[in-house]
Ligand binder design. Structure first.
Ligand code: SF4
Length: 223
């Protein structure tokens, strides 16, 4: 159980971030638990929706992927098709009703920060699906875009390269090669063919109000 004093700070930062997201034309929700996050997603989708998703530990931890595999929805499941059909699943995501993802970081200024290797996820967040639902734990909230970039290089990308068994510097060293080069530019990193930091998406003020919904959860989720 979270200490009451710490919980107060968590709630204040969630509220600050939610307000900033709203001012950037994204709809923000604050929930307290993984279970509430799943319930909120359920309230934002409808039976028969075609749903696609990015790879996400957060969505799995919340039980959201299991939920959308229900026959009530048409889930474009990349894990249910042979490898040669996966690119087709990625392309179909652009015409899905709903795209589900987490974020690598969310700034208190109301920006989403995502970095991809294959880049099907950043592409669908930027354009295509009618509705995009982002679910993110408190641990994804950072103060600035510099902190977001640092978060990806120190935590998100190294952990994902381990998860995906990628032969990269960070999977062995625990942090991006950028630090060993003394270069803090956003795109500095390794030259591995397995690099997962290839396209960098910052979602700032949105032209299509409400297309992106962000569910902020007062728990640590994913990485
Ligand atoms: S650029 Fe390479 S070393 Fe740096 S975080 Fe990305 S995959 Fe890891």
């Amino acid at each position: 159980m979270t200490d009451a004093n710490l919980n107060k700070i968590i709630q204040l930062r969630l509220e600050k971030t939610a307000k900033a997201l709203e001012s950037n034309n994204m709809t923000a929700y604050i929930v307290q638990t993984k279970a509430e996050a799943a319930e909120k997603v359920k309230s934002l989708i409808k039976k028969g929706d075609v749903i696609a998703s990015g790879g996400s530990v957060t969505l799995n931890e919340c039980g959201i992927i299991d939920m959308v595999k229900s026959p009530d929805y048409c889930y474009l499941d990349r894990n249910a098709v042979p490898p040669e059909e996966v690119p087709d699943i990625y392309r179909k995501a652009f015409t899905a009703d709903v795209y589900l993802s987490s974020a690598n970081a969310i700034t208190e200024n109301g920006e989403l920060y995502n970095v991809d290797g294959n880049s099907n996820r950043v592409a669908a967040i930027a354009y295509g699906p009618e509705s995009v639902i982002i679910v993110a734990g408190f641990n994804k909230i950072v103060g600035s875009l510099d902190e977001a970039a640092n978060r990806v290089k120190k935590t998100a990308a190294p952990a994902n390269t381990v998860r995906l068994d990628c032969d990269t510097y960070c999977a062995k060293a625990g942090e991006c090669a950028a630090f060993s080069k003394g270069n803090d530019e956003i795109t500095c990193g390794c030259s591995s063919d397995a690099r997962i930091c290839c396209n960098y998406l910052i979602s700032a003020k949105q032209r299509h109000k409400g297309r992106i919904k962000v569910i902020l959860v007062a728990e640590n989720l994913g990485f």
